[in-house]
Design a protein around this ligand. Structure first.
Ligand SMILES: CC(C)(COP(=O)(O)OP(=O)(O)OC[C@H]1O[C@@H](n2cnc3c(N)ncnc32)[C@H](O)[C@@H]1OP(=O)(O)O)[C@@H](O)C(=O)NCCC(=O)NCCS
Length: 343
């Protein structure tokens, strides 16, 4: 670790230090702070140590990561991270800051955020994004903290959770309701690696995500997904033990009309996460969204007998996706405020 800043806070001397993710002891201390700082949230708000240890050290040409900690004497009391996209959206940096629950309101979070801004500016970034999770209809420290530090809410998302028993209760009625829908379309499912015949068309659909998903005021640019880029992303998932259970809807002309996925990590078969869902606007109105979701949820239930919960998030204004998720049995657990600040 190398000292970067030294300031006197109310209790003692707190240094903001860079963390080398390959120093496992330092990474574990950093992870412990994030774990403690998120322990009051519902669901699984913080990755398992085994997941973070692998994900934060795995090479990824799509983004750089800078980690830093707030250190007082021999103790880490705050943790920060800046994510720097490298392939596109090079004007953006994503910041996360976490403070030990016993050490709040001492200025440590502000010091970590100031460090994140210095790092982002140093990499030529002009927009800093962040996330604040609050109870539905309520608030949490992160909201006044971020608004007071120059962030604005760019969009609001609902975080939703499905218990497998709720899904099982609804599943057959949903499948019956799909009878006769999607005439001429077929479904193809796979674990992480897309069949060769669909990969190019799948990449084209991925390129539509930014323009088709409601993003509010978020300052995001569209991405191009070449076959090479899709294949490299798949291999990173394979290398970190992540299974992306994917369903594709194939149109009568053989092109990919829609996609949805559910991700399960090898370190935890009790919990799954919905990744992306999109139906090409040219193919909407055939109930493909619901059909894709039923296919992926059936697949993970059949694969992981210990599965208990599936998590998803979607924009509050996305009425179509909200209706599909409600039909599946998802319930809102938290609200996510997507924050943004122009530097
Ligand atoms: C949000 C968080 C990082 C703030 O850390 P912190 O060290 O307590 O923040 P600071 O002491 O620098 O607070 C600076 C100002 O933010 C505001 N603020 C912080 N927490 C607040 C709270 N619970 N209620 C109201 N205002 C709050 C205040 O204006 C505060 O100044 P003040 O103490 O002089 O009144 C911390 O609560 C945390 O770790 N939360 C969980 C993780 C998280 O949500 N991180 C994402 C943040 S974008």
């Amino acid at each position: 670790m190398t000292g970067r800043a030294r300031r006197d806070y109310r209790r003692g001397v707190v240094d903001i230090e860079q963390i080398n993710p390959r120093n496992e002891a330092a990474l574990k201390a950093w992870w412990d702070v994030g774990h403690a700082a998120t322990a009051d949230r519902p669901g699984k708000p913080w990755p398992l140590w085994e997941q973070s240890r692998v994900a934060l050290t795995a090479p990824n040409p799509e983004r750089d990561v800078a980690l830093f900690g707030a250190i007082e004497g021999r103790r880490m009391v705050g943790a920060g991270m800046v994510l720097l996209p490298t392939r596109d959206n090079a004007h953006l940096a994503g910041a996360e800051v976490y403070v030990d629950p016993d050490r709040r309101r001492e200025g440590i979070g502000s010091a970590l955020l100031a460090e994140a801004e210095v790092l982002a500016l140093g990499h030529g970034r002009t927009t800093l994004t962040g996330e604040a999770y609050v109870p539905p209809g309520g608030t949490a420290a992160a909201e006044p903290f971020a608004l007071g530090r120059g962030f604005a809410v760019a969009t609001r998302e609902s975080i939703k959770e499905l218990t497998t028993s709720d899904y099982v209760e609804r599943r057959d009625a949903l499948a019956a309701g799909l009878a006769g829908a999607g005439q001429g379309y077929s479904l193809v499912t796979f674990d992480t690696v897309c069949p060769d015949e669909y990969v190019e068309s799948f990449g084209r659909l991925l390129g539509m995500l930014v323009s088709e998903i409601p993003l509010g005021d978020l300052d995001l640019e569209a991405s191009e997904w070449s076959v090479e880029r899709v294949r490299a992303a798949e291999q990173r998932q394979v290398a970190t033990g992540r299974h992306v259970h994917t369903a594709l809807a194939i149109a009568p002309d053989g092109t990919v009309a829609g996609v949805s996925d559910v991700r399960v990590d090898d370190t935890d078969h009790t919990h799954a996460l919905v990744g992306i869902t999109i139906v090409d606007p040219a193919h909407r109105g055939h109930r493909l969204g619901l059909a894709l979701k039923v296919a992926t949820h059936d697949l993970v239930l059949a694969t992981y007998p210990d599965l208990r919960t599936v998590e998803t998030s979607n924009a509050e204004v996305n009425t179509w996706m909200n209706a599909v998720n409600e039909a599946l049995g998802y319930r809102t657990t938290e609200t996510l405020l997507e924050l943004q600040k122009r530097l």
